[in-house]
Design a binder for this molecule. Structure first.
Ligand code: NAP
Length: 275
């Protein structure tokens, strides 16, 4: 499997989305976001994952502009926050995101969490935004199989992406299979287990290739055909995390990493959250 930093998966509507990108949750909007995004793009990253609730869309937009790379060559994802879900409120929230980003479209717009009794109305708004050409692709985040089935039963567009917590301790195999069957691209959040990388299997496999545990996990994402968006504000780790395109895990190593699964979450449970 040969994938380069700039290579993409093709979403169900034909739009190309990079396999690898930068996540910016907890990156501050006081210059940190602008600098980190610019450094990432300088290092070859072409995809940035933000959200209205991260409070850094202004810095993300500024970082992209100051990189000097053309807007159409960067894949920008943002998300509709829970408090803004519903049909009319979604349009207003999306316009605010565009205004902060200083952009006239995003590449991918996601429903951040499956807010009960709201997400279907939110989705209808996303479908309209997509038809209006203001989001090149639309999708969801933190949706379980039953949320997807419920949404798909009453909508005209199947989500193109589902962004969920995904790492060696939470492999979500059933959800992954369902996603593949329905042409929904799985996208991993907290791919590095929020920095909890202390697993001897990862160190052992990494030693064979001269790679760090983080690089082994990110490579495992790619070989499982899952889009990955590790977050870092550290310039060295920015380069380290992107240096995963010059080695290949064996099928046995991929399986060994997957067998670390113990359905353990670092973030909230999509079936039991109260925000
Ligand atoms: N849709 C959702 O509900 C949702 C939820 C959570 C996250 N996300 C998205 O997913 C992105 C990634 O997830 P995340 O930020 O939760 O966590 P993550 O990417 O799994 O881990 C980030 C943490 O790992 C550290 N780190 C980064 N590279 C490292 C390396 N090479 N070696 C050791 N430690 C390293 C970072 O510290 P330094 O910055 O100090 O390097 C940071 O503390 C987010 O930024 C966000 O865009 C989405």
């Amino acid at each position: 499997m040969t994938i380069a930093l700039t290579e993409s998966t093709q979403l169900s509507n034909g739009v190309k989305m990079p396999w690898f990108g930068l996540g910016v949750w907890k990156v501050k909007d006081d210059g940190e976001a602008e600098n980190t995004v610019k450094s990432a793009i300088d290092a070859g990253y072409r995809s940035i994952d933000t959200a209205a609730v991260y409070g850094n869309e202004v810095g993300v937009g500024a970082g992209i502009r100051s990189s000097g790379v053309r807007r159409e060559d960067i894949f920008v994802t943002t998300k509709i926050w829970n408090a803004n879900q519903g049909y009319e409120s979604t349009f207003a929230a999306f316009e605010e995101s565009l205004s902060k980003l200083e952009m006239d479209y995003v590449d991918l717009l996601l429903i951040h969490w499956p807010v009960k009794d709201k997400y279907k109305d939110t989705w209808r708004a996303l479908e309209q935004i997509y038809k209006d050409g203001k989001a090149r692709a639309i999708g969801v985040s933190n949706f379980q199989i039953h949320h997807l089935q419920d949404l798909m039963a009453s909508s005209t567009i199947v989500p193109m992406v589902n962004q969920v917590e995904y790492h060696p301790l939470l492999t979500q195999q059933e959800l992954h299979n369902f996603s593949k069957e329905n042409h929904i691209q799985l996208m991993a959040w907290s791919p590095l287990m929020q920095g909890n990388l202390d697993q001897s299997v990862l160190a052992e496999i990494g030693a064979k290739y001269g790679k760090s545990p983080a690089q082994v996990v990110l490579r495992w994402d790619l070989q499982n055909e899952v889009v990955t968006i590790p977050k870092t504000i550290n310039p060295e780790r920015l380069k380290e995390n992107g240096a995963i395109f010059d080695f290949e895990l064996t099928a046995e190593e991929v399986a060994r990493i997957s067998s670390l699964n113990r359905n353990e979450r670092f973030g909230p449970d999509p079936d039991n959250f109260d925000f």
